[in-house]
Design a protein. Structure first.
Lengths: 181, 183
């Protein structure tokens, strides 16, 4: 059966070949990765599919799960809205983190965070746009948030962090982009 | 409808470009206007799902019409440079707004529409910004895109804080940002 582009949630194998109806020049859309692949050799048992478009849909946004490390009082009730997209090796992300500073008396004094894709190790700091908002310090952009690519794996850190008083509800907002490994 | 491996159109496919219209999973759609190639991954009638997979116009910049609303007072002689690019569902933009306040009250805030609809992702997105007021640079403004408002028309660029522009003061406001476009 002729099928110009095969749609599948998985990648093709060497057995997706002539006997299965595929012919040289056929496309395969892997909705999982999602990649677009092209059959360049239909040989039975040795089919060869080339990836012609890696990363699939262009700039399709999705969620990611950030891993936070806090300094000082550990916050409670932390929630995050974390979105990202990829274009080739560029990763674009936005992050919104809310919570309440712990009641230990120290307050939250710093935070670092993992990112949606592994950061290229290029030994630089990449500035992020950031805004902080809490009960004691309304709408501040005195945070200096950067992606530290000199560590492996690269994470987002603060060179300056506006301390959050104990017991304060807070929200931190970030946007940025970086080179993916 | 006869078999057509790639449909050529001046617009993007919709959920109604489906099996009933002769499209089948794996068909391509070329949008000549945006230069975007789509592949059909679900031809269900009334719920067709087309994935944008590439664009010949990646990183092509264009102008957009910025609709600006002012609080406190309305400046005179406003001009702006508004440029953006669209890559799939990512919108990157720069905006440069200039004008002069009149002799009345201070300008205390400004908001602005964006080139494409903002996704409702419950998120505030920081925008890089600074201002020149009477030729003095400052970074006191805090600008963000509201991706939280349920009303599409209200998902715009706002300020959480705004450096007031006094009477007769000339100003320049600069912005740079990106956001997720509404699907």
């Amino acid at each position: 059966m002729y099928k110009p582009t095969h749609i599948s949630a998985a990648s093709p194998t060497v057995n997706d070949d002539y006997d299965d109806g595929f012919r040289d020049g056929n496309f395969w859309r892997d909705t999982g990765t999602p990649d677009l692949l092209l059959l360049v050799d239909e040989t039975v048992g040795a089919a060869d599919w080339d990836t012609v478009l890696a990363g699939g849909s262009l700039a399709e946004w999705g969620d990611w799960t950030p891993g936070f490390t806090w300094t000082g009082d550990q916050p409670t009730g932390v929630t995050a809205i974390a979105r990202f997209c990829e274009i080739g090796n560029t990763v674009w992300f936005t992050l919104q983190v809310s919570g309440r500073s712990g009641a230990g008396g120290t307050g939250v004094t710093n935070m670092s965070c993992t990112l949606p894709r592994v950061v290229a190790y290029n030994n630089s700091h990449i500035p992020c746009a950031s805004i902080g908002d809490n009960v004691s310090v309304r709408w501040s952009q005195e945070h200096l948030a950067v992606i530290d690519t000199s560590v492996d794996p690269g994470i987002m850190v603060h060179l300056l962090f506006v301390a959050i008083d104990s017991g304060d509800d807070f929200t931190l907002y970030y946007s940025g982009f970086y080179e993916k490994i | 409808m006869s078999y057509r491996p790639t449909h050529i159109s001046e617009s993007a496919p919709t959920v109604n470009d489906d099996y009933g219209d002769g499209y089948r999973n794996g068909n391509f759609w070329w949008n000549e206007t945006s230069g975007t190639l789509y592949v059909l991954v679900d031809h269900t009638v009334g719920a067709a799902d087309w994935d944008a997979i590439t664009s010949s116009s990646v990183a092509a910049w264009d102008d957009w019409v910025a609709t600006i609303a002012w609080t406190g007072n309305t400046p005179v002689g406003v001009s702006y440079v508004a440029r953006y690019q669209e890559v799939g569902n990512l919108i990157c933009f720069v905006l440069d707004v200039r004008g002069t306040n009149d002799t009345g009250a201070d300008i205390t805030d400004m908001e602005c529409t964006l080139p494409e609809s903002v996704a409702d992702n419950d998120n505030f997105i920081p925008v890089s910004t600074y201002s020149l007021i009477v030729a003095t640079a400052n970074s006191n403004n805090i600008a963000y895109i509201d991706g939280n408002d349920n009303d599409l028309a209200d998902r715009k660029l706002y300020h959480a804080s705004f450096n007031a522009i006094g009477a007769s003061e000339a100003f320049e406001l600069y912005f740079r940002g990106f956001y997720e476009k509404a699907p």
